[in-house]
Design a protein around this ligand. Structure first.
Ligand code: FPP
Length: 253
């Protein structure tokens, strides 16, 4: 049986209510762009699929490491709406890996008190996978140690378009449309904005990830590829966050 993680309260917070970057503060919500699986594998003479496998195996230890440091929400960018344009065998591998991860990891994550969420569009995924995703969300819905949101078939622009369509379909008049109302129509409804966005493997871009929610997020980029991003790298990212002073567009008091 896996050791449960300590419980944390699960209150909803907007970005401004999140940590404000006091020295040493811990981000409430960390979102990670898990990049570099392909480069990691190529450097070792392995296939890109091997890189994605190693990347999948890293999810458990990193979820645990962030939870043990007091992070309450972790969101991982696993498959973007643009990733469908990759070679079909690579797309197939990524779909198989999420199926495999659900089979192999979910019970242990559940025992650790991890609540699992999905953000993105489910409909283009195989029906059996959609069903497995729904089951693991249901199984873990009352867990409180950390909320792990997996962005799979996710795109920030698609998310905003889906929100606009739903707002229109609900017949909401324009004078009722506010930031808070829009938030409630995003896939991330109920999650606080990310305090910290981490990107591995050295690129400096957001790649259509949480583009509405990241307006005041802090960024941390590292050259380390995702399969090598370990507990020590988690500590470095959190330390870097603890040195930031967040102002949310205001001036310092
Ligand atoms: C980026 O590496 C990574 C991805 C596109 C996929 C990330 C997916 C996983 C870690 C595994 C599947 C997820 C789950 C939830 C089971 P890249 O291939 O773009 O690397 P490169 O830039 O070096 O080519």
């Amino acid at each position: 049986m896996t050791q449960p993680l300590s419980e944390t309260s699960d209150s909803y917070r907007t970005a401004e209510e999140s940590t404000e970057g006091h020295p040493g503060s811990i981000p409430v919500h960390v979102a990670v762009i898990m990049d570099g699986n392909g480069r990691w594998a190529t450097r070792q003479g392995m296939s890109r699929s091997d890189g994605h496998r190693a990347g999948t195996d890293n999810i458990r230890r990193i979820t645990r490491a962030f939870a043990e440091r007091g992070v309450k929400y972790l969101t991982l960018y696993a498959f973007s709406t643009e990733n469908w344009h990759r070679p079909s065998d690579e797309v197939q591998t990524l779909i198989e890996l999420i199926e495999y991860a659900i089979l192999k990891e979910v019970q242990s994550l559940h025992e650790q008190g991890v609540r699992i969420k999905h953000i993105g569009r489910l409909e283009r995924l195989p029906r059996s996978l959609q069903e497995s995703i729904r089951k693991c969300i249901e199984l873990t819905k009352d867990n409180t140690a950390i909320t792990l949101s997996v962005a799979f078939n996710y795109g920030g622009r698609t998310e905003i378009i889906d929100a606009i369509k739903a707002i229109t379909a609900d017949g909401i008049p324009s004078d009722r449309i506010s930031e808070e109302l829009v938030r409630g129509y995003l896939y991330t409804d109920g999650l606080p904005d990310p305090d910290l966005i981490v990107r591995t493997a050295g690129e400096m871009r957001l790649s259509n990830f949480l583009i509405f929610q990241s307006a005041y997020s802090e960024y941390y980029a590292t050259q380390v590829c995702w399969p090598d991003f370990d507990e020590a790298e988690v500590a470095k990212a959190i330390e870097a966050y603890g040195t930031r002073k967040r102002r949310f567009g205001k001036v310092e008091e």
